[in-house]
Ligand binder design. Structure first.
Ligand code: 15L
Length: 277
């Protein structure tokens, strides 16, 4: 009789087909090679060029505004990592199309095709109008800092409706600033390393129960604006910190004016963007 496999030898594969939207974007390119380990087939979608499919990949371009294309895109998909859409503050119309109509199309497609779980790239800009000297949690009221933040707030609420009504689970990730390194003093508090991003997404894909959850996507930085205690059940533990970048970041950026709204509020420059028309 053979002995059972040790935990370390168990395959990480949890899904037959996983869909990654926004796969050509900054974080999509980071997650593309990393998510392959968790599924037999990684379906990649974007409006931008994705190159050719590697082994175990499928490339399916789709515009989020195109409902029929999204319904086809979700066919045979077990779970979704949804990074697609406009990822910064800007004029309302593109945000309406990609982030509001687009996220509705995604959830409708998930309902029709039977996808069970969505990891939704929300944003810290859902609460960007809290001050930088406040510590907030995912249970505090939303205070979006622009059209982009409002669209992510819509996505989080839509996800809650689809969980309550149809049982589709969503982990809403209020991602801070996920770049190779913090770009400025604000990002010493908001930085999410790429390795922690992967840990966060994988935790949300594999947690036994997600329901409708909201969690801030942030590394274990010394400066803390976000308390994720209410999202402990997701099992995400950040391992990186912005601290090794502090000296260089502070030397690069002079001391800031504390009365400037972009310094006062968590959303930084987003709180002063616009008007656009
Ligand atoms: C976001 O939501 C953006 O997608 C990203 O580009 C960063 O600007 C980030 O927020 C941030 O707050 O730094």
């Amino acid at each position: 009789m053979s002995s059972p496999p040790s935990p370390g030898s168990l395959s990480p594969i949890r899904f037959h087909r996983l869909l990654l939207t926004g796969a050509a974007g900054g974080l999509g390119r980071v997650l593309r090679p990393r998510l392959k380990a968790y599924c037999e087939v990684l379906r990649l979608s974007d409006v931008a060029d994705l190159g050719s499919a590697a082994k175990g990949e499928e490339v399916v371009p789709a515009r989020l505004e195109d409902r029929a294309a999204l319904t086809a895109l979700l066919q045979g998909v077990d779970a979704v990592v949804h990074l697609g859409g406009v990822s910064t503050e800007g004029p309302f119309d593109p945000i309406l199309q990609a982030n509001i109509i687009g996220v509705y199309n995604l959830y409708e497609a998930a309902r029709i095709q039977g996808a069970k779980r969505i990891v939704f790239a929300s944003s810290n800009h859902v609460t960007g109008f809290y001050r930088q000297d406040e510590v907030i949690s995912p249970t505090d009221p939303m205070r979006p800092d622009g059209f982009y933040g409002v669209s992510k707030a819509f996505g989080e609420n839509l996800a809650r409706f689809y969980f309550n009504r149809y049982g589709i689970e969503t982990a809403c990730l209020r991602i801070g600033s996920s770049f190779p390194a913090p770009k400025d003093r604000r990002m010493l508090a908001t930085w999410l390393s790429f390795d922690d991003l992967e840990r966060l997404v994988v935790a949300c894909l594999t947690a036994p129960v997600v329901g409708h959850s909201v969690i801030y996507g942030v590394s274990d930085n010394r400066a803390r604006w976000w308390d994720n205690t209410s999202a402990r059940h997701l099992g995400f533990v950040a391992e990186d910190s912005s601290e090794p970048f502090r000296a260089e970041t502070e030397a690069r950026q002079p001391v800031l004016d504390p009365t400037d709204p972009t310094v006062m509020y968590q959303g930084g420059a987003f709180v002063r963007a616009g008007p656009f028309d």
